[in-house]
Design a protein around this ligand. Structure first.
Ligand code: TRP
Length: 338
């Protein structure tokens, strides 16, 4: 079985954009691959180093999100990045294999640099060594587990490319040691926000979280953007510019033709249409909420899953690390141990 590695930064709860964009695929793939799921707390700290409690609280939160959507700990190894010292070691060793200008050219990093400069000043004082180097650390995440396949969103493609370059360069200099991870994109296009924004995101305030309760979901759906030309309940409207219709396509596939027809001919009021959608989303999230409730009342079980996953991950990473040390000729004292 091939190895998969993927994961998230523990900075907040996951939303339905994450579900369709990556979680669904992870759940499906976990039965056919050796799956590692990294809770990237070190990477989260690059932007939150002054707020360690936030990162810490979100580690367990993220684990509960994973478990509640069906990531199965008997098939997937969920672990905490900072507890794998080999990742930190590899990051240092790889730092010689990538130039600073290459790091600045990474499109995802570049956009983040621009954002930071806009927020904190053009001098670039806010761009830390750790921030610029997080793709190197991500290369360590991937290669420490012999990851061959990495299911991620398109914003991660530059990091994957960078990891492949590092692995190739390493193998070229020190001999065949590392696997080159290959990105697999989720087939679903990125799902839009209820406000019509191209992206659903925490910072955009337009997300429906997997843990949102019925009332919150209904409130969010009721505020969704519809065809502005429709004023009265029985005005005909254009579903193609309506976010409610867009979401019906995701959550109410079997009735989609009726929804479309009734919207176009004015037989469907927006309030009713939104209520129906909210019900569908609530229905969809029901099993996820049930699982979450279970884990929230069995936190010791969540901690045990994290501990066991981390232990298994440590074993795998130390195996890869031994190979790296040997080929880089830094495998001191190994003979003495025998
Ligand atoms: N960079 C990813 C994100 O921001 C998180 C991440 C860290 C990751 N290490 C990884 C994803 C390794 C895939 C593989 O969401």
């Amino acid at each position: 079985m091939k190895n998969i590695l993927t994961g998230d930064r523990p900075t907040g709860s996951l939303h339905i954009g994450h579900f369709f964009g990556s979680l669904k695929k992870r759940v499906e793939m976990q039965y056919d691959y050796n799956t590692y799921i990294i809770i990237a707390d070190v990477q989260a700290l690059t932007d939150n180093f002054e707020n360690p409690q936030k990162v810490r609280d979100n580690v367990r939160e993220l684990a509960i999100d994973y478990l509640s959507v069906g990531i199965d700990p008997s098939h997937s190894c969920i672990f905490i990045q900072s507890m794998i010292p080999q990742i930190a070691e590899l990051t240092v060793l790889y730092s010689n294999l990538v130039s600073v200008s290459r790091l600045y050219r990474n499109p995802t990093t570049k956009a983040e640099v621009a954002q930071k400069k806009k927020l904190f000043g053009e001098s670039g004082e806010s761009i830390t060594y750790g921030f610029l180097g997080y793709p190197v650390s991500q290369a360590a995440d991937l290669t420490a587990f012999d990851c061959e396949i990495c299911p991620v969103g398109d914003d991660q493609l530059p990091h994957l490319e960078q990891a492949r370059e590092i692995a190739r360069k390493f193998n070229h200099i020190y001999g065949e040691t590392l696997k080159e991870p290959e990105a697999v994109l989720s087939k679903m296009p990125r799902i839009k926000g209820l406000d019509g924004n191209e992206k659903m995101g925490k910072s955009l305030g337009n997300a429906i979280y997997l843990k949102d309760d019925e009332e919150t979901i209904t409130k969010k759906v009721m505020a969704a953007v519809t065809d502005p030309s429709k004023v009265k309940k029985d005005d005909p409207a254009n579903p193609d510019i309506c976010m409610v219709y867009y979401y019906h396509k995701l959550f109410n596939e079997e009735n989609i033709e009726t929804v479309c027809k009734e919207c176009k001919n004015g037989h469907r009021g927006c309030v009713q249409c939104k209520k129906e959608l909210a019900e569908r989303i609530i229905e969809f999230l029901k099993p996820i909420h049930e699982k979450r409730k279970y884990y929230e009342s069995h936190l010791e079980e969540v901690d045990k899953i994290l501990m066991e996953g981390t232990k298994k991950a440590q074993e795998k990473a130390s195996e890869v690390m031994a190979r790296v040390r040997k080929n880089m000729k830094i495998d001191y004292f190994d003979d003495a141990k025998k």
